[in-house]
Design a protein around this ligand. Structure first.
Ligand SMILES: *Cc1c(COP(=O)(O)O)cnc(C)c1O
Ligand code: SF4
Length: 396
């Protein structure tokens, strides 16, 4: 079965040429109640959020707003961009920096939480502000591209941190930067001998697929290996334009992955996760993570319970191709890093004998062998491993 991806028409009165220009989309972002009221009939709760002010920037591209069914108050796309009164009511767990990133930041804009990989927040801007954003304390403060002093300091840090093998460009959204800026960053990172992998974390293929031009992708390709980490949450976001953007990355040799967030009333059902995952896989994008929504301020109404998330993963297990299966994961509040949430298939464990019940309920026993040995000839690999284990990555 092939999937059909919807074509999104420009708003009435907008020239096709403007609509397909990413800078037009960026400049004509919806930010105020009046802008949204032109597209949606705002509910009382949505109006109240605009009137009282949410403390976290509101913004959408016209393209993304056009993905919504404008008559449906609970439309998933609408819920991700239009603030509601619930956002202002402090309820449940509310943490300003849920991932404890401030305390794992050895330099401005650098987050070093794992031995071999580092986040570099090159900009705080996004072309759209997701209402559940985990980095509300940083994102959308209009500081834009990292200033030259902080940029040099971040590069110097990366230069001296020789144990770092991966740099993850994040933000904000790195693809809100011009090609020239991005190229400069990639060029500077590639000048560092020890950096093996560069990831670009961006929602642009979702919220502004016109950003992904042939020239941009060819530029990225020159700095290979560059990986795309994107963020689709719902099959409705996979338009024909989004599909073209994703295929463009993959066609140019950029391995592509998706990180979704489970969101209450938006995508928290196995049917939605499977639909999104199969379509992404068809476009050669590997579903990578399915995150538990972080308890950032004003996100209570977006969060699912861990039990429900686990039940969704359990239902998908075995039914969905392993290639399409995202890993359910939770960031330990306060900065513990990610932990995997895996359904428990073990039903008994006694004296080296473990009983498992498989995805559709077939049981079996795995008996451990009586003894095991370490592989010989570890020599070529041990120094690399010991180096990784001894990394200082700015704990606490
Ligand atoms: C998620 C994250 C990473 C990347 O983790 P992977 O499991 O390798 O995808 C790196 N650094 C920080 C601070 C993160 O939050
Ligand atoms: S794209 Fe990412 S950083 Fe930007 S608002 Fe959405 S979740 Fe936050």
């Amino acid at each position: 079965m092939k999937f059909s991806f919807r074509t999104i028409e420009p708003w009435p009165g907008v020239q096709a040429e403007d609509w397909s220009s990413w800078t037009w989309q960026f400049r004509n972002g919806l930010t105020k109640a009046e802008d949204f009221a032109r597209v949606f009939t705002l509910s009382d709760s949505e109006r109240e959020a605009f009137t009282r002010g949410t403390g976290f920037q509101v913004r959408s591209t016209p393209y993304y707003a056009a993905l919504a069914d404008h008559t449906d108050l609970e439309d998933p796309v609408r819920r991700m961009i239009v603030p509601r009164a619930e956002e202002l009511a402090p309820q449940g767990q509310q943490i300003s920096d849920p991932l404890g990133e401030r305390k794992h930041s050895p330099r401005e804009r650098v987050i070093h939480r794992y031995p071999d990989r580092v986040l570099f927040l090159v900009t705080d801007q996004c072309s759209l502000y997701c209402r559940y954003c985990l980095r509300k304390h940083f994102t959308g403060q209009e500081q834009a591209f990292v200033g030259s002093k902080d940029y040099e300091a971040a590069l110097n840090y990366l230069r001296s941190a020789t144990g770092v093998r991966e740099v993850i460009l994040s933000g904000g959204d790195p693809m809100t930067l011009s090609d020239g800026r991005l190229e400069r960053v990639l060029f500077d990172l590639r000048a560092l001998e020890h950096i093996e992998i560069i990831r670009i974390g961006t929602r642009m293929p979702v919220v502004c697929p016109m950003r992904v031009s042939e020239e941009t992708v060819k530029m990225l390709r020159r700095f290979k290996p560059v990986y795309l980490m994107t963020h689709f949450n719902h099959p409705r976001e996979l338009s024909a334009d989004a599909a073209v953007a994703l295929e463009r990355f993959v066609d140019h040799g950029i391995p592509s992955f998706n990180q979704m967030v489970l969101l209450n009333g938006i995508n928290n059902h196995a049917a939605i996760v499977q639909a999104l995952s199969r379509r992404l896989l068809f476009l050669r994008v590997k579903p990578y993570y399915m995150f538990q929504c972080d308890p950032s301020e004003g996100s209570e109404h977006f969060r699912t319970s861990v039990d429900q998330s686990l039940a969704i993963q359990r239902e998908l297990w075995g039914r969905l191709s392993g290639l399409a299966m995202p890993n359910l994961s939770l960031d330990v509040p306060g900065g513990g890093g990610k932990v995997g949430l895996v359904p428990n298939f073990e039903t008994q464990h006694e004296n080296g004998e473990r009983t498992y019940s498989g995805w559709d309920g077939v049981e079996g026993v795995y008996t451990n062998p009586t003894s095991t040995v370490e592989p010989e000839n570890l020599e070529p690999y041990l120094s690399e491993w010991n180096e990784l284990k001894s990394q200082n990555y700015g704990k606490g």
